[in-house]
Design a protein around this ligand. Structure first.
Ligand SMILES: [Zn+2]
Length: 681
């Protein structure tokens, strides 16, 4: 019987994919991959792009076409059977990739091609692709002497245990704390939806009345809305001491794990010949060195601190005069801020929603990018999708040639993971006899249509859709022919958010809003009064938000830059020092934020948290060229398409940025877009 996951001709037939197809298909492919690699290495002694790299790319492409629909279904149409099959495959995939990354013969063969690249007539993109893969091999320790290689493997294994222990502790500590509420008055101030959530939390645990937990929505609702200062303090304390020496579960304390993780990361960096883990982390990123990143963040801090101090002073006065809070504490910040925002701007999500009905938003978004990039987007209803709400579109260039296609799955529903993201089914890839055009999965989680009204988006949801569409365009507009560097592949971690954050800017422009903001019942454009309120509220406390991000980023870089920092006490000292320099909200002594900072201790952001701000500088500065030369200036649109969206990882992000902007990035536009430009003081 033919498996719907193998040899997929064009698009996956989602209606035919069943959980039982998954493991056998993966097993078959991985066996093929192993055999192929060995065969290619044995068949030749003189290696070339055509006899080694290209056949391996062909295989990787098949693997992607098999696995991406599975991992996508696991996210958007989850079931027990599917999850079991998916989970059973994960170790097989990771084992395969470790095996390939440590394959010395393969590494040497690729190196031979690189040494010989001029004779082989490799173009610049091929050279970049080869350079990236060789670096990947080196960072997996492939060319270390045996003894060091063994130590490297031990470190990697231990790190993976410790980092997963770190996040388990955070999760377990969050789950271990709850607070029962029997008197509804204690929840005064909370919106109806949050009270309902607290009720559901109690029901799930067979408890009466209401239950506060440390899940983010529950925590967030209490510190933002609860009138009871005592309750806010209690919940804040529980949340900010999770998995620490200040919590009530010593067995979940992350103190030792943090120190050990730092120590092992530094040892790993040293084995690979780097000064520090921060230097190792930055070696594959756009930023050049830890010093450069710190300088960049200090510049942002210097420029935003005066604004942040003004914002916190205003908040203190407001809290004192209007809320009777004599001394503003960490657990009052979100609460007082929400009240101040309401008093000052009197604008809510509900006021804007009628102007963002789904079909207007989509057609406006499409019209915008059609104008900018000279493309046409067209719906195709005859495609096998996984759910009736999923739409499918085709993108054509100016000569009516098919350029790319995408699935769009907009609404929240059961068994679909939360959040919004872009993933790909396949990438642009030139084969011998045909060109594979890219296909993207675009996923959001907006509220589905209710009654006879169309689905209405909040402004935030519109921004999210534009953001993901920016990632989608990066994947789909590429003109690169090689698999590893086409679209988003091969783009540095700290530059990936450029095209997505770039798209967000349009959601604040009158000319762009007029293309898609239309009242669902009257067809009326967004009234000036609402537009002005929305603009005014845009920069509310943006400097406080900025310095908070800088605090995290600087702290992260500093602890990874100094190999001598290996204990929880030292980590605390660095955090305290960073806070003295850039924080405007004083953290209480019991605060142990760092013990739950999974991004850097358990996720991929170690010595990389700055990436968020870094990419925002790039996207703001890129958008500023549109502002300077005309939002719909066709030359600027064409340049953005040619120099940023089309080139993927075929060259460095800095080269691409400079080609578009004519110079290196500057922070000015980000400061202006955040309302932090000097002239506004
Ligand atoms: Zn993103």
């Amino acid at each position: 019987m033919k498996s719907p996951l193998l040899n997929i001709k064009d698009l996956p037939e989602f209606s035919k994919i069943k959980a039982q197809h998954i493991e056998p298909a993966l097993d078959e492919l991985l066996a093929q991959g192993r055999a192929l690699t060995q065969q290619l290495l044995e068949e030749n002694t003189q290696y070339s792009w055509d006899n080694l790299v290209f056949p391996l790319e062909l295989f990787d492409n098949e693997l992607e076409r098999m696995w991406s629909p599975v991992s996508h279904l696991n996210s958007v149409l989850n079931s027990t059977e599917l999850r079991d099959a998916y989970t059973a495959c994960l170790p097989k995939l990771s084992e395969y990739s470790t095996e390939m990354g440590q394959n010395k013969a393969l590494f040497l063969a690729l190196q031979q091609i690189q040494d010989n690249q001029d004779n082989l007539n490799l173009d610049a993109a091929q050279q970049k692709s080869l350079q990236d893969s060789l670096k990947g091999f080196r960072l997996s320790g492939v060319d270390l002497p045996d003894k060091k290689k063994q130590r490297f493997a031990e470190i990697s294994k231990e790190l993976s245990t410790l980092t997963s222990k770190f996040s388990d502790n955070v999760l377990d500590a969050s789950n271990a704390w709850t607070k029962q509420i029997s008197d509804l008055d204690q929840l005064a101030g909370l919106p109806e939806s949050a009270i309902e959530q607290a009720r559901q939390a109690a029901i799930q645990r067979d408890l009466p009345d209401w239950l506060i937990t440390l899940d983010f929505p529950s925590y967030h609702a209490v510190v933002t809305y609860a009138d009871s200062r005592e309750l806010r303090k209690e919940v804040y304390r529980a949340y900010s001491t999770r998995a620490s020496d200040q919590g009530d579960k010593p067995e979940l304390d992350n103190s030792d794990n943090m120190g050990k993780i730092l120590q092992l990361r530094q040892e790993k960096a040293a084995l690979l010949g780097y000064k520090s883990y921060a230097d190792l982390s930055l070696d594959t990123k756009m930023a050049e060195s830890p010093e450069q990143v710190l300088e960049f963040m200090n510049e942002l801090a210097e420029k935003s601190l005066p604004f942040a101090k003004k914002e916190i002073q205003e908040l203190r006065e407001f809290a004192k005069n209007e809320l009777g809070i004599e001394e503003l504490q960490a657990w009052d910040i979100a609460y007082a801020s929400e009240k101040l925002k309401q008093q000052r701007y009197a604008i809510s999500d509900e006021d804007l929603k009628p102007y963002f009905p789904v079909d207007s938003v989509l057609s406006g978004l499409f019209k915008l990018v059609e104008n900018l990039y000279n493309i046409t987007i067209q719906e195709n209803k005859n495609v096998d999708v996984w759910h009736k709400d999923v739409r499918f579109y085709e993108i054509y260039d100016e000569n009516r040639q098919l350029k790319a296609r995408f699935y769009l799955d907009l609404y929240a529903r059961q068994h679909k993971r939360g959040g919004a993201w872009m993933a790909d089914f396949c990438s642009r890839f030139k084969m011998r006899d045909k060109l594979q055009t890219p296909v993207a999965f675009m996923t959001c989680n907006s509220a589905p249509p209710a009654g006879d009204k169309p689905a209405l988006f909040t402004h935030d949801e519109v921004i999210t859709l534009f953001h993901e569409f920016g990632h989608g365009l990066h994947h789909m507009m590429t003109q690169v022919d090689y698999l590893d560097i086409s679209g988003i592949s091969g783009v540095e971690w700290d530059a990936v958010e450029l095209p997505s954050q770039f798209m967000e800017n349009w959601c604040w422009q009158r000319e762009a809003l007029d293309m898609f903001a239309r009242h669902y019942a009257t067809g009326e454009k967004l009234p000036d009064e609402l537009f002005n309120k929305m603009q005014a509220a845009r920069h509310f406390q943006s400097a406080m938000g900025m310095v908070r991000q800088l605090e995290f980023s600087i702290f992260d870089m500093r602890i990874h830059q100094n190999p001598a920092i290996t204990t929880a006490e030292q980590i605390q000292q660095v955090l305290n020092q960073t806070r003295d320099e850039v924080a405007v909200v004083k953290a209480p002594d019991f605060n142990r934020f760092q013990h739950g900072f999974s991004h850097i201790f358990a996720g991929g952001y170690a010595a990389g948290y700055y990436s968020y701000k870094w990419a925002e500088v790039l996207s703001s500065d890129a958008f500023a060229r549109f502002e300077e030369e005309g939002l719909f200036n066709s030359q600027v649109g064409k340049d953005f398409l040619n120099e940023i969206l089309e080139v993927g990882g075929s060259r460095t992000a800095m080269e691409s940025f400079k080609a578009f902007r004519g110079r290196e990035p500057k922070v000015d536009a980000l400061l202006r877009h955040s309302g932090l430009a000097i002239e506004k003081v």
